[in-house]
Design a protein around this ligand. Structure first.
Ligand code: NAG
Ligand code: NAG
Ligand code: NAG
Ligand code: NAG
Ligand code: NAG
Ligand code: NAG
Length: 144
C-alpha cells in the first residue's frame, strides 16, 4: 500500500471511531429510566392506583401495563414540553383501580416505548399488588 492509501485508511478509521464516540454519547444522554411504585396492598372495594414514571424523554411516549403477560392498558402520552432543559424531567402515568377485587392481585409491569430517535422499549421492575378480602364486619351482638 502506498502512502496516500495508508493515509486514507487512517482517516477512515479516525472518522469511524469519532462517529462511535458520538453515538454512544448520545445514547447515554438519552437513557430512559422507568420507575414503578413500590409493592402495595389494598382491601376489596377500595380505590387506588399504581404509578409508572419515566425520566429522560418528553414527547410521544407509549405506555403499556401488563399483568401476567396480559395487556391491561395501552395508551400514548404526548407531552408538549419538548424543550431541551425538560428532557430530564420526570413524567408519570397511573393505572387507576376504581373498585379493587381479589382478581386484581398480581404483578404489574409498565413498559415505556419511545419511537424517536430509535425504537426503544424499557420496562419497569414491576409492582406487586395484593388485594385482600374486605375486613369482616364485627357482629356487635356477639359481644353480649
Ligand atoms: C430494578 O431492579 C434492579 C435489580 O433488583 C435494580 O438494580 C434497579 O435499580 C431497579 N430499578 C429501578 C428503577 O428501581
Ligand atoms: C365494588 O364492587 C363490588 C362487587 O362487584 C360491588 O358490590 C360494589 O358496589 C362496588 N363498589 C363501588 C363503589 O362501585
Ligand atoms: C393515586 O393514589 C394516591 C394515593 O395513593 C393519590 O394521592 C393520587 O391522587 C391518586 N392519583 C389518581 C390519579 O387517582
Ligand atoms: C399467568 O398466566 C398463565 C397463563 O396465561 C396462567 O397459567 C397463570 O396461572 C397466571 N398466573 C397468575 C398469577 O395469574
Ligand atoms: C398499543 O397502541 C399502539 C398505538 O395506539 C398500537 O400501535 C399498538 O399496536 C397497540 N398494542 C397492542 C398490543 O394493542
Ligand atoms: C410533561 O412534562 C412535564 C415536564 O417535562 C411534566 O411535569 C409533566 O408531568 C408531563 N406530563 C405528562 C402528561 O406526562
Amino acid at each position: 500500500m502506498n502512502r496516500s492509501g495508508k493515509m486514507k485508511l487512517l482517516l477512515r478509521s479516525l472518522l469511524l471511531s469519532s462517529l462511535c464516540a458520538l453515538s454512544s454519547w448520545s445514547v447515554s444522554s438519552d437513557t430512559l429510566v422507568v420507575t414503578q411504585s413500590p409493592d402495595v396492598s389494598f382491601h376489596e372495594g377500595q380505590t387506588g392506583n399504581i404509578s409508572c414514571c419515566w425520566k429522560g424523554k418528553t414527547g410521544r411516549v407509549g405506555i403499556k401495563w401488563l399483568k401476567n403477560q396480559t395487556l391491561v392498558e395501552n395508551k400514548t402520552v404526548i407531552n408538549q414540553s419538548t424543550s431541551s432543559q425538560n428532557k430530564q424531567a420526570n413524567s408519570c402515568t397511573v393505572l387507576i383501580f376504581p373498585n379493587f377485587t381479589i382478581r386484581d392481585s398480581g404483578r404489574y409491569i409498565c413498559k415505556v416505548t419511545v419511537e424517536i430517535p430509535t425504537l426503544t422499549e424499557i420496562e419497569g421492575n414491576g409492582t406487586t399488588m395484593t388485594v385482600t378480602a374486605r375486613a369482616v364486619i364485627t357482629d356487635h351482638h356477639n359481644l353480649n
